[in-house]
Ligand binder design. Structure first.
Ligand code: KG4
Ligand code: ZN
Length: 365
């Protein structure tokens, strides 16, 4: 199990929210205050369990969450000296994600809410990523342009306020993190792929291997990475390229696609005072550097959460709960339409339900 870190004081004034995250392969618990203080948190990765299979196995993930979550909640609260009575609300990821794991976290949140008579906030995992930059950067105001790049999603969103999201672009096939993971698999780098590709790319030449930039320049606003992945496979099979050059060239092609699509989103829906990146791929330094340069070019503030807040964590879920409480009010009737205990776990849950349907069988939201 991961380690517990404490970062702050015990003043009770801003609301204190317990966050629970279990939608993919990280079991995570955090206590966050409404002023942005992360009081305590713990994360247990399931990398070792899934590594032999080269990717996340949903049944193994759900079982691992079920085994770890309750002791982790007890440990985080115990070590922080916080009892259920001290908590103002419980925020649990209710989707989108692997349904077995989501159910483990949501049911645990419901049980704690019932036992303590505290409100339950059923949080959209994507909303957690979308608002996490405001946890890291207190000066970040709405609206902002958000690039959400994770293992399951690749979207550009206009974030106008809490609960106000307009999807400007999404992927028509693979998410960017998925493309990193598949590239790692093709290169024999194992799982999880993103950090391994980034490490290998450091030793390669990003111009060495000609790879496509799918949809670059297209009036269709979306992303596509399936063709890039196939081109990586062909480059590997040709046997004529150094793996580090392939990794670096893949990363550069992906970055070029991101910048092109952001340019178009800005042209269509901008200007925005700030550009924000979130999701696991935001941990990638080449991606961050390119986005920072893009933001500077367009005179936009740039915010990227610290690495630990980019990949899945429970602080962002607790923080999304804090944001919703601040924006929507405290009574559970005001926060929820109906009894939160009736809220069902959702494998798919788009942040912008009004967004147009896009072509592509792999589109997840
Ligand atoms: O947000 P996240 O932790 O989980 C999802 O909600 O999907 O994102 C995980 C994804 C994985 O695909 C992983 O390979 C990718 O983020 N990732 C990276 C890096 N670190 C994590 N991709 C590229 N470079 C990295 N350094
Ligand atoms: Zn995520």
């Amino acid at each position: 199990m991961g380690s517990v870190t404490h970062t702050s004081d015990t003043s009770i004034v801003p609301p204190l929210v317990l966050g629970i995250e279990s939608s993919c392969d990280e079991t995570a618990v955090a206590l966050v205050r409404g002023d942005g203080t992360i009081v305590a948190q713990a994360i247990a990765s399931q990398e070792a369990e899934h590594a032999p299979y080269g990717g996340v196995v949903p049944e193994i993930a759900a079982r691992a969450h079920a085994e770890r979550l309750a002791p982790m909640i007890a440990r985080v609260m115990g070590e922080a000296g916080i009892g259920l009575d001290d908590i103002d609300a419980i925020a649990a990821t209710a989707g989108p994600g692997l349904i077995g794991g989501v159910m483990v976290g949501l049911v645990s949140g419901k049980a704690l809410a019932m036992a303590s008579d505290k409100p339950l906030l059923a949080v959209n995992h994507l909303e957690g990523h979308a608002l996490s930059p405001r946890l890291a950067d207190a000066g970040l105001a709405f609206p902002y342009l958000l690039l959400l790049v994770s293992g399951g999603h690749c979207q550009i969103l206009a974030v106008d306020g809490v609960g106000q999201y307009r999807r400007l672009a999404t992927t028509i096939d693979d998410a960017l993190g998925e493309a990193f993971d598949k590239t790692a698999k093709i290169l024999g780098l194992g799982y999880p792929g993103g950090p391994a590709v980034e490490r290998l790319a450091l030793q390669g030449d990003p111009k060495a291997v000609p790879l496509p930039r799918p949809l670059k320049g297209s009036p269709e606003p979306h992303f596509s990475f399936a063709g890039l992945k196939s081109a990586v496979l062909r480059a590997v099979e040709s046997g004529s390229h150094d793996p580090a050059d392939i990794a670096a060239s893949f990363q550069q092609a992906a970055v070029d696609c991101l910048i092109d699509r952001l340019d178009q989103a800005l042209e269509r829906a901008g200007p925005f005072p700030a550009l924000v990146v979130a999701g696991g791929v935001a941990a990638n330094r080449t991606v961050r550097a390119a986005l920072e340069a893009f933001a500077a070019k367009h005179a936009m503030r740039f915010t990227a959460p610290p690495l630990a807040l980019c990949t899945d964590n429970a602080a962002m879920i607790a923080w999304a709960g804090c944001e919703r409480l601040a924006a929507e009010g405290w009574q559970s009737g005001a926060v929820f339409a109906g009894d939160p205990l009736d809220f069902l776990a959702r494998p798919r849950w788009p942040l912008d339900p009004a967004a147009e349907t896009v072509r592509g069988a792999g589109v997840k939201a």
